[in-house]
Design a binder for this molecule. Sequence first.
Ligand code: KIV
Ligand code: ZN
Length: 386
Amino acid sequence: MGDRVFIFDTTLRDGEQAAGCSMTAAEKVQLALQLEALGVDVMEAGFAIASEGEFTAIQEIAAKVRHSAVASLSRAKREDIERSARALDRAVRPRIHTFLATSPIHREHKLRMDKERVLEETAKAVAFARSFVDEVEFSAEDASRTEPEFLVEVARVAADAGATIFNVPDTVGYAFPEEFGPLVGRVVQAIGDRATVSVHCHNDLGLAVANSLAAVAAGARQVECTVNGIGERAGNAALEEIVMALRIRRDLMGLSTGIRTPEIYRTSRMLSGFVGFDPQPNKAVVGRNAFAHESGVHQDGILKERSTYEIMKPEDVGFPDTGLVLGKHSGRNALRAKLEALGILLEGDGLVQVYRAFTDLADQRKKGVSDDEILELAQGVLVNCG
Ligand code: KIV
Ligand code: ZN
């Protein structure tokens, strides 16, 4: 098992199928090219059988993307798999991703299949997909609520039938890291020498990234994730959080990805523009406030040495350096630094006067004070001082 974690981006499939996240075919192609620039190992371009539009978008992406593998999702059904194979015709590295639910809840209520039948359908779907392409991924939907012994049996059957990647999804975001890690560890032990073990975590309890990292620590080497964490319901594990966690805590995990991190912010903004909404302001890595410092104590620390309150640099993820946000919690040092950045050098009495005017204004505000307003205050003081 190597120290490289493969990033499987599913923004164009699981992300796009979430409420309010639809994109046009042209937008999907543009985002696919940006995902390639970002350096994702695999991108899931869509669910080929879902619609004609979905099929042609996958076709176009498959024809344009040259470096990342391009995947198409298919239920464990011949017609789905054939449709995916056709959509991926022109891909340099086509991957058929086929899935079947394995948990007792899904077996009983959705599929009406017993365990034997699930094993049979798994083997048939994987073998059929392998008749088209070399890269076949099988997902045991709702794996985290599947009996662990049965999940391992499914994994063995999938690997025997030729699956090159076995994915363990926490489909409903139910798992806890302390149980998900060992569950994935059992699968790695059973088939890790024959197939890459992957995870795909949803964020219903806000644990998608923690579960993905626990799985990686247990030997998973592919993580499925989405830009800005978009995806069904509460979303999927956020790509930018997984990648930066592995990078910043390489000392702890000893693992790396192939992501060009300075492309992260651009990718996030492109997606926000297409879906029409931004991530929440305090979203890790890409939120508006991810690198903003307003409190006086923090600003003072940042001005002296950035690492006092920043574990990564904005430029590491391509985030424009917005500098200090000045508001009622800011101190005089931060104001001096801001004025300097705006081209005004002030010390002593002048600085005290501007600071007083600034705190009076900031006190009346819920949001910060803008650069223009600070300039106006400073100019007023300079004029009065003659
Ligand atoms: O959440 C899930 O289980 C999925 C599978 C199709 C991988 O999206
Ligand atoms: Zn999913």
